[in-house]
Design a protein around this ligand. Structure first.
Ligand SMILES: [Zn+2]
Length: 307
């Protein structure tokens, strides 16, 4: 179980990173440009840069714009501007997802040749309807189109076969975890009926191709880990990345922070006169790495983990 002591939390995480990743890791900061960066992103950045700098690792900046319908160029520019203002410098800026169509197609060709991909004509609504009285829960795909032999062509979704079986992994903060993707989500959607690649599929192909071996992200994505490990092996990555899931910050009411919460937008906070070091310190405190906020320049983030 993770500790609630701020100093120990950072040191425990660093200890596990060092134990399980003997060479300097490659991690990534990977926002979706569907809005401006907010405090939730900043929490993630504090963990990503802090750990990377503490162990001599590298931070890749990856723009996750796989969903072309919701992304906007001004948000991409905003990511670069905000990171620059904060003093958070990536070691490399890798290709955005919108430029990686060929890689996603090649991955799908491989899965198809292995008999692991099939066409799916189900709509999101049809699958959600199966959830009945519990629409908030994730509905596993029931396998409707598995045996229909539908093509992987236009107008149809593409799913990857997910057979039953546990995925076990050591989360670098939470410890031992076990998930069965067949129970959680069933056959994974790689491309939807509109031709858009999905988040789950893109990140696995990207992390493989870009050599990311340490994924540091919020605990809201913990349930995605098993399926991403499974998919990584299908995509010829026998040693998948290690994962660290950090706490999320929440509003007093308990709701998750999102882009809809305008009060936490970095642009608004900056306009209100907050300094970069003050915001980084606030993010560190909100995610349990400091007892209370204090100014923390980007160059000192490693100290949250080295003690
Ligand atoms: Zn289907």
């Amino acid at each position: 179980m993770p500790t609630s002591d701020p100093r120990a939390q950072g040191q425990d995480a660093l200890h596990r990173v060092r134990a399980l990743l003997p060479t300097a890791p490659v991690t990534r900061f990977a926002p979706a440009p569907t809005g401006w960066l907010h405090l939730g992103h900043l929490v993630n950045a504090v963990w990503v840069w802090g750990i990377a700098r503490a162990v001599g690792g590298r931070v890749l900046l990856r723009i996750e714009d796989h969903d072309g319908t919701r992304c906007r160029p001004e948000y991409v520019a905003g990511v670069h501007e905000d990171l620059d203002w904060l003093g958070l410098e990536p070691d490399d800026v890798v290709a955005p997802q919108s430029a990686r169509e060929d890689a996603y197609r090649a991955g799908l060709d491989r899965l198809r040749s292995l008999g692991l991909a099939f066409g799916c004509r189900c709509s999101r609504r049809e699958i959600a309807a199966l959830a009945g009285d519990a629409p908030d829960l994730e509905t596993p795909y029931p396998g409707t189109c598995r045996a229909l032999g539908l093509p992987l062509g236009a107008g149809l979704g593409v799913r990857i076969r997910v057979e039953p079986g546990a995925e076990r992994f050591d989360d670098l903060r939470l410890g031992r975890e076990e998930q069965d993707p067949a129970v959680q989500c069933g056959d994974l959607l790689a491309r939807d009926r509109g031709g858009h690649w999905t988040y789950q599929y893109c990140v696995v192909v990207d992390d493989r191709d870009q050599g990311v071996d340490l994924v540091i992200r919020g605990v809201d994505l913990l349930s995605s880990t098993g399926r991403q490990l499974r998919l990584a092996r299908m995509l010829d990555r026998p040693v998948p990345p290690r994962f660290l899931h950090h706490p999320l910050i929440r509003h007093p009411g308990g709701t998750k922070l999102s882009k809809a919460n305008r009060d936490t937008g970095l642009r608004d906070l900056r306009a209100a006169g907050h300094a970069p070091a003050a915001l980084l310190g606030q993010a560190a405190a909100l995610s349990g790495l400091l007892d209370r906020p204090r100014p923390l320049p980007a160059g000192e983030l490693a100290s949250l983990f080295t003690g």
